[in-house]
Design a binder for this molecule. Structure first.
Ligand SMILES: C[C@H](O)[C@H](O)[C@H]1CNC2=NC(N)=NC(=O)C2=N1
Length: 102
């Protein structure tokens, strides 16, 4: 399946939608959606990452991320599209939903 890189107006629109949620902090940097999630402790951060990992496997679309203690820095991009695609928007929405579980 070919995945299309989103145009900049589509990216702006997606960011507006994502950031109208409970925790508005998605930005775009170096052609990647990025957000820093903070939790109470490592256990919660890792629980969140586990939920995301299961979803990523199901969708065959994986986050780039960095974790230290209660912090998870996420970057989303689509290699095939050389930029952000709808797949990244969908994963960002799911990650926001998973973060709400903690
Ligand atoms: C071969 C496999 O389908 C690809 O490498 C998938 C796996 N996970 C992926 N994850 C992300 N974030 N971007 C991709 O383009 C991607 N491609």
């Amino acid at each position: 399946m070919t995945v299309k890189k989103l145009e900049s107006h589509e990216i702006d629109q997606a960011l507006n939608q994502l950031n109208s949620s409970a925790s508005p902090s998605w930005t775009i940097e170096d052609d990647k959606f990025t957000k820093t999630f903070k939790f109470k402790n490592f256990k919660q951060a890792f629980g969140f990452m586990t939920m995301c990992a299961m979803q990523a496997e199901q969708d065959d679309h994986h986050p780039e991320w960095f974790n230290v203690y209660n912090k998870v820095v996420v970057q989303l991009t689509t290699h095939e599209a050389s930029g952000v695609s709808q797949k990244d928007v969908d994963l960002a929405q799911k990650m926001d939903a998973f973060a709400q579980c903690f």
